[in-house]
Design a protein around this ligand. Structure first.
Ligand SMILES: Nc1ncnc2c1ncn2[C@@H]1O[C@H](COP(=O)(O)O)[C@@H](OP(=O)(O)O)[C@H]1O
Ligand SMILES: [Mg+2]
Length: 258
């Protein structure tokens, strides 16, 4: 069935547009969960990815026709990205396996905008909890567990180096699905940092990093360099998102483990 262009998305500035797009995609994904059900994990994953991708692509092409798109669920067109002034970096469902697990809320919709060399906007929505954060209005919350150091890491792929760094800073490892969910856990003070090694793609962390930077968090590669988006390679080897008051201890632990 052809997907309709949502007229309410017309005339919005980029932040409102991106928020509304992420929110509507989240509502769509909740409907897909209801309609498809959980009997077949792979069918639900595939249908969520497909429906969200088709919806987002349709709205971006209608409402932002001059911009390029980099999405997990579409073939990468580096030629169009290379010459574009603006590129939307999209993960229609981040934490796809959690999306297909009944009861899990650890999945997110990522919408980010790169313009003239840098991320200018990011939205991370958690449809199953109703939370939505954008880089322009996000505020860093106080830590929820004072006196403890807590680090979010991949539920399925927490690496040895992440565990070693956590050991060195006496941090408790809190595993969660979805890069967006983990970045938001830093923003909301549930954890002090999110660490990832072993690879990720630009769509996994562009919107989370934009939101983190908007909140005043540190978000860099493990070596401290900025994360570069809209490069020819979609892969990003590692990243750390961290509360500023903790970054020195994490940085020295990482340096001694690299
Ligand atoms: N080693 C790796 N290589 C490539 N992608 C990875 C990765 N580790 C994690 N990711 C991606 O990063 C996102 C968050 O992973 P995790 O939940 O394990 O932290 C997931 O995105 P998707 O769910 O969009 O595929 C996952 O596929
Ligand atoms: Mg992803």
């Amino acid at each position: 069935m052809a997907v309709e262009v949502v007229e309410e998305l017309s005339g919005l500035d980029d932040v409102s547009f991106a928020r509304d797009l992420a929110a509507r995609t989240g509502e769509l994904l909740l409907r897909v969960r209801e309609e498809v059900g959980y009997a077949d994990f792979w069918t639900l994953q595939d249908e969520g990815d497909r429906a969200a991708q088709v919806f987002i692509d349709r709205q971006l092409r209608a409402h932002r026709p001059d911009d390029a798109i980099l999405s997990e669920e579409a073939p990468d067109d580096w030629v169009s990205r290379e010459s574009a002034d603006r590129v939307w970096i999209i993960d229609p469902v981040d934490g796809t396996s959690a999306f297909a697990r009944r009861g899990s809320t650890e999945w997110a919709v990522h919408v980010a905008l790169w313009e003239a060399g840098e991320l200018v906007l990011g939205v991370v929505a958690r449809p199953a909890t109703g939370e939505i954060f954008d880089s322009q209005t996000v505020q860093l919350a106080p830590v929820q567990h004072p006196g403890r150091v807590r680090v979010a890491a991949s539920r399925s792929r927490a690496s040895d180096i992440v565990r070693a760094v956590c050991h060195d800073v006496h941090a408790e490892v809190v595993t969660m699905s979805s890069a967006g969910v983990k970045a938001l856990a830093v923003v909301t003070g549930e954890v002090d940092a999110y660490l990832h090694t072993g690879g990720q793609s630009q769509w996994d962390n562009a919107a989370p990093v934009a939101v983190a930077l908007g909140a005043g968090l540190v978000a860099t590669r493990f070596d401290g360099s900025p994360i570069v988006y809209n490069g020819p390679e979609v892969e990003i080897d590692d990243l750390i998102i961290c509360r500023p008051e903790r970054i020195d201890e994490f940085r020295s632990a990482i340096d001694s483990r690299l």
